[in-house]
Design a binder for this molecule. Sequence first.
Ligand SMILES: Cc1cc2nc3c(=O)[nH]c(=O)nc-3n(C[C@H](O)[C@H](O)[C@H](O)COP(=O)(O)OP(=O)(O)OC[C@H]3O[C@@H](n4cnc5c(N)ncnc54)[C@H](O)[C@@H]3O)c2cc1C
Length: 435
Amino acid sequence: MLTKVKVIGGGLAGCEAAWQIANSGIKVQLYEMRPKKMTPAHHTGIFAELVCSNSLRSNQLENAVGLLKEELRMLKSLIIESADKNMVPAGGALAVDRDKFSIYISDKIKSHPNIEIINEEVTFIPEDEYTIIATGPLTSDNLSKSIREYLGEDYLYFYDAAAPIVAYDSIDMDKAYKASRYGKGEDDYINCPMDKAEYENFYKELISAETAELKYFEKETVFEGCMPVEVMALRGPMTLLFGPLKPVGLLDPRTGEQPYAVVQLRQDNQEGTLYNIVGFQTHLKWPEQKRVFSLIPGLENAEFVRYGVMHRNTFINSPRILKNTLQTIRNPKLMFAGQITGVEGYVESTSSGMVAGINMSRIIQGKDAIEFPKTTAHGSLCSYITDRTIKSFQPMNVNFGIFEPLKIKYRNKQEKNREYSKIALEELDDIIKSF
Ligand SMILES: Cc1cc2nc3c(=O)[nH]c(=O)nc-3n(C[C@H](O)[C@H](O)[C@H](O)COP(=O)(O)OP(=O)(O)OC[C@H]3O[C@@H](n4cnc5c(N)ncnc54)[C@H](O)[C@@H]3O)c2cc1C
């Protein structure tokens, strides 16, 4: 009988995986539950819907996420092909017309002769079949339960949060100053100093501000590392001064003194036009975020490019469950890909779909699955995570340790980064030639 692969989830990872497998001549059944059953974040029944921003972030080789895109292009990614065809102007970033982007992918998937689309929710793991689970951070409850039972205690879930992002040129740099704590490294952070009265006023407004109504999927315990700033504040007036507003080691160059409290902002894009407010993941209503965070000296007229959000993030304990081929240790026919493995981001999810798709095709053709050790998707992906996110986002830890990071730096090391990128792309070229 002809071997078929089941790919569960028609998001970025699932579509990429299905495309790779189908192009190698193998039949794929792609299961997608939308629009019959929606997730709390998706709005359409279209494949590869972008649930939030329309930016796939930097398109430049000087940083890991740009390198990752180039790697995906070399591997003929459907997702990146669509992004390239449907791009909108966004400086050095690859931003897309979100509808055209998803429709292009849907059309390609639907018209592929080797892909059969099955529009239903999968509620259990098909153990004896070649299967890729790519159901994302909002995997349906039924399937989550089945995965948890299959994997036992290794399967976890928690809640994730994102801090607001403001435009750099809207920050009042007459009040804010650049510095790193204790002068370590370069002056990477923008610091907004507060005196005691300013802090007390901010604190009072923060703890009494209106929060957004919790959706049903957000009502359970908040993961400690992603605690909303307003929840942390409720622990007591001093708590923030030992947390996100800690002033130690951040002398104000204008006074030579340590402020009473300091809010830090970290560069959020390579161009340096966006900064996120460090540790300010929040569940406040958006107008309240603008009102309360504009009390921070230097942010009085800040333009909020993105407000803080909180959403569920379902993931598996990848280092204990997966090999770096993305096969499960327990069952080599079963793979996971996408954000459910603990990676986060459109491009990162796509890249793991790519790895899973290539490896699934190889296994079925009787070849060895490829360990993508240093280069390609997970090499640069992992370094990207390590450099930028691992410190602030605990979820990223789950993948750290599986894949050897390429030593690429996210910021301010452009020359060195170009060298690493060159090496990575050459190594990938060798891998592709050996396919
Ligand atoms: C609210 C929110 C906002 C985000 N914002 C951004 C952002 O701005 N930028 C960014 O880079 N990343 C963002 N992310 C992360 C981004 O969603 C992921 O990185 C990426 O979409 C994950 O791709 P994926 O293929 O793993 O999952 P998804 O794209 O979520 O795809 C999973 C698919 O599986 C389907 N599915 C789920 N369960 C089942 C089932 N049992 N049976 C059949 N189908 C099922 C879902 O309907 C969905 O279509 C955000 C995530 C969330 C939740």
